[in-house]
Design a protein around this ligand. Structure first.
Ligand code: ATP
Ligand code: MG
Length: 362
């Protein structure tokens, strides 16, 4: 079977290091692995509008930001098809049919939808489009016959919901859709990177992010004021590493060779953690080290972005071409879906002839 990837991001802001360790870094590796026949990367503007209906300008302005972040991280238009969701209308049509296969109570039980409704303080005023976005996400995945969806772990319930829709569709209408699976980072710190404030998830909507496009000074400032162990008051105090944002970020970013380069008193992260837990290691020293490690990883991304920013029309051209190619693929799937559901009346010779016969015999 062909190996196909579909993944994407909402254009609600610039991309942050949570996206990077949770999905983006992996996508670039997968893209360059040569294992995949097709890779589709979607800027989910229609999905972003489900909770930003009154702010289309925000969505519009952020498309280019997300595209610049993609390209500066190493996504390559020669190898990956980057496109804009709203430019592929087949996706909305698929959603309309999938809606009949999902119950309201199932959507209400979706843990991601639940958390996000709380996060956004919707209470009883949940936009219907937002409530049903897991269905729209199932259309995105199945339209491209994706086998693999690389995401952070907040998206697992979405993939589960998609799998249920695929199962239901195929059992009602016959084997048509491809069953996808999620690919989440093995490293727990990467699958849900907390915000710099220590909150459970770094998220554009929570304002606790380090952005890929932040300047060297901004990154340093954010790292130095990061949440650590609130009980670690004196350097000599023993410190906690569980829930300590600085150590979670080190888990996500640092490798043994960083120690030789920036902190040669320690061989690896385990040694540094042990010293912190024993007491005698100050937050500032650990934060300076984290800053050095992150700057090393982010500097080339920032530099590539500066280059790409010089030719914005070229970036839009990449998205335009990608959207045309994505639409071609989605149209093919939609036609198979309509055939399976027997709503392809004009191509259905059997239906026309059978009815003609019935009436002529009438
Ligand atoms: P929003 O607040 O608008 O929902 P977001 O920051 O949650 O934005 P999304 O565009 O919803 O970002 O997510 C895009 C991808 O990045 C998804 O695969 C998601 O799992 C992953 N992701 C987002 N935040 C994190 C994080 N903090 N750690 C790991 N992965 C993340
Ligand atoms: Mg999100």
């Amino acid at each position: 079977m062909r190996q196909i990837i579909l993944t994407g991001d909402r254009p609600t802001g610039r991309l942050h290091i949570g996206h990077y360790v949770g999905s983006l870094r992996r996508r670039v590796e997968l893209q360059n692995s040569g294992v995949y026949d097709k890779i589709f990367i979607m800027i989910a503007d229609a999905q972003a509008l489900t909770d930003n209906a009154d702010n289309p300008e925000k969505v519009r302005q952020n498309i280019i930001e997300v595209a610049l972040d993609y390209l500066s991280c190493g996504l390559d238009p020669e190898k990956s098809i980057m496109f804009i969701q709203s430019q592929v209308p087949e996706l909305t049509e698929l959603s309309f049919y999938y809606m009949n296969l999902v119950t309201v109570s199932r959507l209400q039980r979706n843990p991601t939808v639940k958390t996000e409704i709380q996060m956004r303080n919707f209470e009883a005023s949940i936009p219907v489009g937002f409530f049903t976005y897991p269905i729209s996400q199932a259309s995105d995945i199945t339209a491209f016959k994706a086998t693999t969806v690389p995401v952070g772990d907040d998206q697992l319930p979405m993939i589960e919901q998609c799998r249920e829709i695929v199962h239901k569709f195929n059992s009602v209408y016959g084997e048509t859709l491809v069953m996808p699976k999620a690919l989440i980072p093995e490293n727990e710190s990467c699958s849900r990177l907390p915000g710099t404030d220590g909150k459970a998830k770094m998220s554009k909507s929570l304002g606790n992010c380090i952005y890929l496009s932040d300047s060297e000074e901004e990154v340093q400032k954010k790292v130095m004021s990061m949440f650590t162990d609130p009980d670690h008051l004196k350097v000599s105090d023993p410190g906690k590493i569980e829930g300590n944002t600085v150590f979670i970020y080190l888990d996500a970013f640092c490798r043994d060779e960083h120690f030789a380069k920036y902190l040669p008193d320690y061989k690896n992260l385990d040694e540094l953690k042990a010293h912190y837990q024993r007491g005698g290691l100050g937050d500032v020293k650990v934060k300076r080290f984290l800053n050095a490690v992150m700057q090393e990883e982010l500097a080339p991304i920032r530099a590539r972005r500066k280059e790409l920013e010089k030719d914005i029309p070229a970036v839009y051209e990449i998205l335009r071409k990608g959207s045309i190619e994505a639409e071609r693929t989605a149209a093919q799937t939609l036609s198979e879906v309509k055939q399976a559901m027997k709503i392809n009346y004009f191509d259905d010779m059997e239906l026309i002839q059978e009815q003609a016969k019935r009436y002529s015999e009438g």
